[in-house]
Design a protein around this ligand. Sequence first.
Ligand SMILES: [Fe+2]
Ligand SMILES: [Fe+2]
Length: 258
Amino acid sequence: MRLLFVGDVVGGPGRRALESLLPDLRSERSLDFVVVNGENSAGGLGITEKIASGWLASGVDAITLGNHAYKHRDVYPYLDREERIVRPANYPMGNPGRGHTVVERDGMRLGVVNLSGTVFLDAARSPFAEADAVLADLRGKADHVLVDFHAEATSEKVAMGWHLDGRVTACLGTHTHVPTADARVLPGGTAYITDVGMTGPRGGVIGVRKEQSIRGFVTHMNERYETSEDDPWLMGVLVRCSESMKADSIEQVLLPAA
Ligand SMILES: [Fe+2]
Ligand SMILES: [Fe+2]
């Protein structure tokens, strides 16, 4: 089984990078599953039904989100209705959407879980206890499980990798938009990376036009933030597996959109 997980797609430049590179990646790498983090896909913040349903129609198997899940109110009914999109599981129970799902392709069942960190980010419950609860619910319902841990602090993300090692196929970090150099399969068989990076403009500051970001840091005044168009890349990881709930390898996919 080969699974591509794509990091936070940022605005139009990120969407165009994904749409132009995914078809070739799908055939060249013989992908079985494609999961995409879409939390920044609509104008740099949040997601819309149009974007999400377009991806799903084009063959994306599932979409994960993060702290910008609720940026666009129009998407709330869609989050309730569409089972292939998940927002952090440890958000308040009554919030729109769900925190985990199972998608199926060719008889293979992939559980997809979204969790939010609590260091420098807000969530209702501990992601560690939440992960345990979600895995209990997924028992017997999935052949593989991918956890997108949307978190800021490297310590919290590394700890989550160890917490889940041997219990999920992959624990993959998102949110910082910068890929880390620590991709590996942990001893228990879980593919891990602290952050897969973003699918968006590398010429900006984590997706924002660099002039605006720099001015914000220099002046400490209210600044308008727009998505940079400069140097878009697709960033993600390819996880290969043979045995259920175990990864054989994890490889970074870092491609300029040309
Ligand atoms: Fe993000
Ligand atoms: Fe985020």
